[in-house]
Write a new protein. Structure first.
Length: 302
């Protein structure tokens, strides 16, 4: 009898093949690593692709300065345990250097400003490929991506300029100055990631599991963690709720979901029965415009 997780073997094999293609085709690749579940999955896949040797790329985090401390601590501990190089570049430093202003509004997300720091980091280290954990089920603009997504010399993405990928043949040939964003788990879903995490028994930041947290209720009835990065007003409704996070990122735009799930099995059961997508449930900045993500990607966002 076949295991119900056999399909994960196929997804894993495809992702490992893609990672090895990156190592073979590019001179200076990097793996973008935030400490979130998708990048943790990528790290495990890289272990399977390249151990017992070292990774043929460093781990790179573009730090907004608005991250959850639990995730930053996990990021540092995992990189240390792996014995792999971790490069961290700060959006805060980019803002100071370039004279960029903090976004206005009550929830001043720095997601758009990450683009400047990412492009600076690519230029600093001359990365010709950046591996990321984006998935096609996350958001409409993500679904337009190829596995090897070509960016021009300005780091910009043009969906009409992407190359066909027939028979799993990936073309990494680019002129000097251009780079490629690579998405090895593009064909995975949120549920696939969680099933893989369960199968591989991967450690995660505690923020993914149910816990009590002070939250502010947004006008859209989302629960945003109370942190020093949001501008609270006297009229704000502050509540203590049992929540977990389906995705982690900039704390000013990443909402929690009410949950009693304290185990992987309970989280998977929640996702199976959820009618709202991961980003639709948790990302405030994607609600500003249906084209918000695509606009950011065209400007160089991951």
């Amino acid at each position: 009898m076949k295991s119900k997780f056999d399909y994960l073997d196929e997804l894993e094999a495809e992702a490992i093949y893609i990672l090895r293609e990156v190592a073979g085709q590019f001179e200076r690749p990097a793996l973008l690593f935030s400490g979130g579940k998708d990048s943790i999955t990528l790290v495990r896949l890289a272990e399977k692709a390249f151990r017992p040797g070292k990774f043929p790329f460093p781990l790179v985090h573009i730090d907004t300065g608005h991250n959850f401390q639990e995730v930053i601590d996990f990021r540092d501990n995992l990189a240390h345990r792996l014995g792999e190089r971790l490069i961290v570049r700060s959006v805060e430093e980019t803002m100071q250097k370039r004279g960029l202003k903090e976004p206005a509004g009550k929830y001043p997300s720095r997601n758009a400003l990450q683009t400047y720091t990412l492009l600076e980091t690519i230029e600093e280290f001359e990365f010709d490929a950046c591996i990321g954990g984006a998935r096609r089920d996350e958001e409409k603009a993500r679904a337009k991506e190829r596995i090897f997504s070509v960016r021009d010399t300005f780091g910009q993405w043009n969906p009409k300029r992407q190359r066909p990928e027939l028979w799993d043949i990936y073309n990494g040939k680019i002129p000097k100055g251009e780079n490629v964003r690579v998405f090895p788990i593009s064909n995975w879903t949120e549920l696939d990631v969680w099933n893989y995490i369960r199968r591989e028994n991967l450690e995660l930041p505690e923020i993914y599991f149910s816990h009590k947290r002070n939250c502010v209720v947004t006008p859209g009835d989302q629960l945003l963690a109370v942190t020093e990065h949001i501008q609270l007003e006297p009229s704000d409704e502050i509540v203590v709720r049992k929540v977990r996070f389906r995705t982690v990122g900039d704390a000013t735009c990443t909402a929690a979901v009410e949950s009693d799930a304290t185990t992987l099995e309970e989280i998977i059961d929640e996702i199976v029965h959820s009618k709202i997508s991961e980003r639709g449930a948790t990302r405030l900045d994607d609600r500003f415009s249906e084209a918000a993500m695509e606009d950011r990607k065209k400007n160089g966002y991951f």
